[in-house]
Ligand binder design. Structure first.
Ligand SMILES: Cc1ncc(COP(=O)(O)OP(=O)(O)O)c(N)n1
Ligand SMILES: Cc1nc(C(=O)O)sc1CCOP(=O)(O)O
Ligand SMILES: [Mg+2]
Length: 220
C-alpha cells in the first residue's frame, strides 16, 4: 500500500492529534490510548516546549507511542526531528518554514514517507508543492496559546484561497480548533483538523476525540 496516496492522506488527516509530554496532564501513552479509543485518525509526536524531553528519554517515549499507533494502524508522524524520524522508520514528518527545506528532508527520509509542510501564503504553498510536500498544515486558524511563536490567527482564508485556485493537495487546519469550530474548517475546504489542547487537556480525552470526529464527519 502506498502511504503517500493523496486519498489515503486525506482520510488520515480527518482527526489529527498532535502532542508531546509537555501537552499532557497525565501519562502521554495513556492520553494517546484514550485518544485512539475516541477515534483519532493520525498522530504527530511533537516533543517541544517547556519541559520537553530530550536525548534517550525522548527516543524512548517516541518508540512507545509509535508502537501504540502501530497496534491500532494509526500513521505516526514526527515533528521537526528528521534524525529521529529516520532512526525509528516512522510513517512521515511534519516540517515548517523554519525547518529544513522539503527537498532536503525528502532526500533524508525517502520516497515512501509522508511530508507535511506548514504554509502561510500562496507562495509558500507553491514552494512546498514543488519540493514534494504531501499535505499542508495551515494555521493558526483560530487564536492559540499552545505555540508561543505562532503567527496571528488568519481564519480559513488561505484554505479557501488555495481551493479556489484549484490546489487539491490534502490540507489540515491547525490552531485553536475545537469540537465547536471544527466544522467551519472542513466547510472551508480542509480535509481534516489537527489539534493539541482540545484533546490533550480535555476532562475526557476519549469523549473530546469523539466529539471532534463527529464534528468533522458531520461537516463533510
Ligand atoms: C499539522 C501541523 N501543522 C502545522 C504545524 C506547525 O509546524 P511548524 O510551523 O514547524 O511549528 P512547530 O510545530 O514545529 O512548532 C504542525 N506541527 N503540524
Ligand atoms: C503546533 C501548532 N502549529 C500552529 C500553526 O499555526 O502552524 S498552531 C499550533 C498549536 C496548536 O495547538 P492547539 O490545538 O492547542 O491550539
Ligand atoms: Mg517545525
Amino acid at each position: 500500500m502506498n502511504i503517500r496516496n493523496s486519498d489515503l492522506i486525506k482520510e488520515a488527516l480527518k482527526v489529527y492529534f498532535i502532542m508531546g509530554s509537555p501537552n499532557c496532564k497525565e501519562n502521554p501513552t495513556q492520553v494517546l490510548q484514550e485518544a485512539i479509543e475516541g477515534g483519532i485518525t493520525l498522530f504527530q509526536f511533537r516533543e517541544k516546549g517547556t519541559g520537553a524531553l530530550t536525548g534517550n528519554a525522548k527516543v524512548e517515549l517516541a518508540k512507545e507511542l509509535q508502537q501504540l499507533c502501530k497496534e491500532h494502524q494509526i500513521p505516526f508522524i514526527v515533528n521537526d526531528d528528521i534524525d529521529l524520524a529516520v532512526a525509528l522508520n516512522v510513517d512521515g514528518v511534519h516540517i515548517g518554514q523554519e525547518d529544513e527545506p522539503v527537498a532536503e528532508v525528502r532526500k533524508k527520509i525517502g520516497q515512501d514517507k509522508i511530508i507535511g509542510v506548514s504554509v502561510h501564503s500562496y507562495d509558500e504553498a507553491m514552494n512546498a508543492l514543488e519540493g514534494g510536500a504531501d499535505y499542508f498544515g495551515i494555521g493558526p486558524v483560530f487564536p492559540t496559546k499552545t505555540k508561543a511563536d505562532a503567527k496571528p490567527s488568519n481564519g480559513t482564508k488561505l484554505i479557501e484561497e488555495l481551493r479556489d485556485k484549484g490546489i487539491s493537495i490534502p490540507i489540515v487546519g491547525i490552531g485553536g480548533i475545537t469540537g465547536e469550530n471544527a466544522g467551519s474548517v472542513i466547510q472551508a475546504g480542509a480535509d481534516g483538523v489537527s489539534v493539541i489542547t482540545a484533546i490533550s487537556h480535555a476532562d475526557s480525552v476519549t469523549e473530546a476525540a469523539k466529539k471532534l470526529r463527529k464534528s468533522v464527519f458531520d461537516s463533510l
